[in-house]
Design a protein around this ligand. Structure first.
Ligand SMILES: C[S@@+](CC[C@H](N)C(=O)[O-])C[C@H]1O[C@@H](n2cnc3c(N)ncnc32)[C@H](O)[C@@H]1O
Length: 299
């Protein structure tokens, strides 16, 4: 059986969306994934409609299937959330979304079942692409210059061992291209001394994260999407983002802070919200989640 992705902080996000005055809310789920958050919104707000977006075709299909009981209230769009335009966002009878959720990163399906090499737990080809606009992790690892690898491992992985890992990659790939998750994970295990391995995650965790972010241009899409989607959000509407590492959270924090400073929005989270211990026990994948939300002022 395929393990299901558990939606994180769904009640809290629902609480923020319940502050939207309209009963007939249009909610943009920009990262449909397995449709868990959307299912919660459709159940909680019986008159709402959801614009269901994912850049990964497999994920959008999975979400549509899960939300079959609500098919008349969902509007699926296969797109990057940074490319959404008025035609996607102004669905019939609405002037734009009243609630927006972006739940960054990848889903449990990607990690456990996609076979695209997102995880170091099983032997798979290093791919990591969410759609055809992305560059495969294999290409990045085997074709980027040493300085480029160093840059992405430092920036996107915040990996302190980058200066030791990169020369090892260059040495190995001269002999044979690095093709699989295990080849990469084992190489990193050999470079980082065991006493410096992190307690809760595999020592290659940061390098896998960096490759995934680079492969899919993740941060640049977030940078572009927030101001664009904000412009389409209805007055009184709520914009919520779930981040999983400091790079994502910093982008959200800065945009939301600026909106509040310019008196365009009211911060609903002065500090980011983290899941309670009980949620983390039930769903360890929620451990690093940070939720921020801002409400657009009504004019
Ligand atoms: C963490 S999962 C979302 C899980 C979902 N909230 C749920 O409850 O099942 C993130 C999803 O966002 C998608 N995604 C990531 N970046 C995206 C982007 N720039 N545009 C659209 N979808 C994106 C991924 O393909 C993945 O399916």
């Amino acid at each position: 059986m395929i393990p299901i992705h558990i939606p994180i902080l769904k009640e809290k996000i629902g609480e923020y969306f319940s502050q939207i005055s309209s009963d007939k809310k249009v909610i943009l789920d920009g990262t449909a994934g397995e449709g868990g958050h959307s299912e919660y919104f459709l159940e909680t707000f019986p008159e709402s409609r959801v614009i269901l977006v994912d850049r990964d075709e497999t994920m959008l299909e999975r979400a549509i299937q899960r939300l079959e009981p609500y098919s008349s209230r969902i509007h699926p769009v296969l797109k990057n959330f940074s490319e959404l335009n008025e035609a996607d966002l102004k669905i019939e009878g609405s002037d734009g979304p009243d609630g927006i959720l972006l739940d960054f990163g990848i889903s449990t399906y990607h990690l456990k079942s996609s076979g695209r090499g997102f995880s170091f737990q099983s032997e798979e080809e290093l791919d990591m692409r969410l759609d055809s606009s992305s560059l495969s992790a294999f290409t990045i690892l085997n074709k980027y210059k040493a300085e480029q690898l160093l840059d992405i491992f430092r920036k996107y992985g915040e990996e302190k061992w980058s200066t030791k890992i990169v020369p090892k990659i260059i040495e190995e790939r001269r002999k044979n291209p690095i093709r699989t998750t295990m080849e990469l994970a084992k190489l990193i295990e050999r470079v980082i001394p065991r006493k410096f391995w992190p307690a809760k995650v595999h020592p290659s965790f940061r390098i896998f994260q960096a490759l995934r972010i680079e492969s899919n241009g993740e941060l640049k899409h977030i940078e572009k999407a927030i101001p664009n989607l904000w412009n389409h959000l209805s007055p009184g509407g709520v914009f919520a983002c779930l981040s999983f590492h400091s790079l994502e959270d910093r982008i959200v924090k800065n945009h939301f802070r600026d909106l509040a400073r310019e008196d365009l929005g009211i911060l609903m989270t002065k500090k980011p919200i983290s899941p309670e211990e009980s949620e983390i026990d039930f769903n360890p994948a929620s451990r690093s989640a940070k939720l921020r939300a801002v409400q657009k002022k009504s004019r």
